[in-house]
Design a binder for this molecule. Structure first.
Ligand code: XUL
Ligand code: CO
Length: 438
């Protein structure tokens, strides 16, 4: 098989001060940080759909990039060329995992029997590549939003027939995930939501979504899938109201329907900001609930109200992200680059620049997070901030040994409270800048 990205070398960290265009500046897979190799802190994954599929089409114009890989799009020959391109791409970057939707892998046919036959054919080919390279699946998923039948959602559809097709796609995607050694299986809500209450039974739709997830867990476990299921929250786009708005909403849903033992969350940076949260807020909410599973590592544009899926370059955000991940003890999943090149970045070189940027940004974030942890001032400040709860009446509160009557008596004895100690936000931000920029 001939090389597809023939002008591009294997990407290494050459420590040349950053002048080589196809080299990492910060990512060094074998470097040990906080007792663990960088590649273990950062299990990176390639997103099949963006990297091998997205070619720049938007609602105003057609493709700018050529992702034919020398074949006619919409054919099985093209599907195989994408496999070749994808594995060469991952090998050149040292990316150990990939993520996929079923219909990223093959052109979807009109009849599901034919689609499944095509999936079996491509799966054989992908398995060969997995055996040759050791690259594995991070997570798989079913695309339950592109086909027009999903106009009202999949689990939340108004049609029992459509619900069956959703179930069939999930079953097949789970089979493939297991065949590819996947660590996880994702439910991104897609069109699970609604446009208007005038035609929607919210309670019924949510219950049906939960039923579908329960059946997915039962089937997955029956075929030997031992990994985590994930919900990937997103607040809007495509539907006006999405049922998995944010981490807190998704966690409440999982607990209500008894799915919290099998599911964790896949947090995407751009979805967090669309929900009006920071990336690190969503990570923290997941982590404190024992639900931080995986990350869709991208970045939005705060001036735009939609999901731009850019490659992350904001080092503050990456540092805060890595602080959350390291403190949580790492991910059961990994860092999936759910990111695409900007439309004018249309060359194959740009595909590599995108990944080098993304990998370097999170590597730099890891280094800076480690420096902040080793510095200790932030952690110490937070610990000391709550010191009044480790003695006297504060301690009795935490130990559950007091009552409203006792606390009320204490307040009356004091007459008026002192102001809490300063939150020192500006001072703490100075520490962050000092660690980031020296
Ligand atoms: C959509 C999105 C999806 C999921 C997988 O915004 O992020 O690509 O990651 O379906
Ligand atoms: Co995503």
């Amino acid at each position: 098989m001939s090389e597809i990205f023939s002008g591009i070398p294997y990407i290494r960290n050459v420590n040349d001060g950053g002048t080589a265009p196809f080299a990492f500046r910060y990512y060094e897979p074998e470097r040990v940080v906080l007792g663990k190799k960088m590649k273990e802190h950062l299990p990176f994954a390639m997103a099949w759909w963006h990297n091998l599929g997205a070619a720049g089409t938007d609602m105003f114009g057609r493709d700018t990039a050529d992702k034919s890989f020398g074949r006619i799009k919409g054919t099985m020959a093209h599907a195989k060329a994408k496999v070749d391109a994808g594995f060469e791409f991952m090998q050149k970057l040292g990316v150990a995992y990939f993520c996929f939707h079923d219909v990223d892998l093959v052109p979807e046919a009109d009849d599901i029997n034919e689609t499944n036959r095509r999936l079996d054919e491509i799966a054989d080919y992908i398995e060969e590549k997995i055996a040759q390279t050791g690259i594995r699946c991070l997570w798989g998923t079913a695309n339950l939003f592109s086909n027009p039948c999903y106009m009202n959602g999949a689990g939340s559809t108004s049609s029992a027939q459509v619900y069956c097709f959703a179930a069939a796609q999930i079953k097949k995607a789970l089979d493939l995930t297991v065949r590819f050694g996947g660590r996880g299986y994702v439910f991104w809500g897609g069109r699970e939501g609604y446009e208007t209450l005038l035609n929607t039974d919210v309670k019924f739709e949510e219950e049906n979504v939960a039923r579908l997830m329960r059946m997915a867990v039962d089937y997955g476990r029956s075929i030997g899938f031992t990994g985590d299921f994930y919900i990937e929250p997103k607040p809007k786009e495509p539907m006006k109201h999405q049922y998995d708005f944010d981490a807190a909403t998704a966690i409440g849903f999982l607990r209500k329907y008894g799915l919290d033992k099998d599911f964790k969350l896949n947090i995407e940076a751009n979805h967090a900001t669309l929900a009006g949260h920071t990336f690190e807020h969503e990570l923290r909410v997941s982590a404190v609930n024992g639900m931080l599973g995986s990350i869709d590592a991208n970045q939005g544009d705060l001036l735009l109200g939609w999901d731009t899926d850019e490659f992350a370059w904001n080092v503050y955000d990456a540092t805060m992200c890595m602080l959350e991940v390291v403190r949580a003890g790492g991910l059961t999943g990994g860092f999936n680059f759910d990111a695409k090149n900007r439309r004018p970045s249309h060359t194959t070189e740009d595909m590599f620049h995108g990944y080098i940027l993304g990998m370097d940004t999170f590597a730099l974030g890891l280094l800076k997070a480690a420096a902040l942890i080793e510095d200790g001032r932030l952690d110490r400040f937070v610990r000391e901030r709550y010191a009044s709860f480790s003695v006297g009446i504060g301690r009795r509160i935490v130990e559950g040994k007091t009552t409203l009557t006792e606390l009320s008596a204490e307040a009356e004895r004091l007459g008026a409270p002192e102001l809490p100690a300063s939150g020192r936000q500006e001072y703490l931000r100075r520490i962050v800048n000092e660690i980031l920029f020296g």
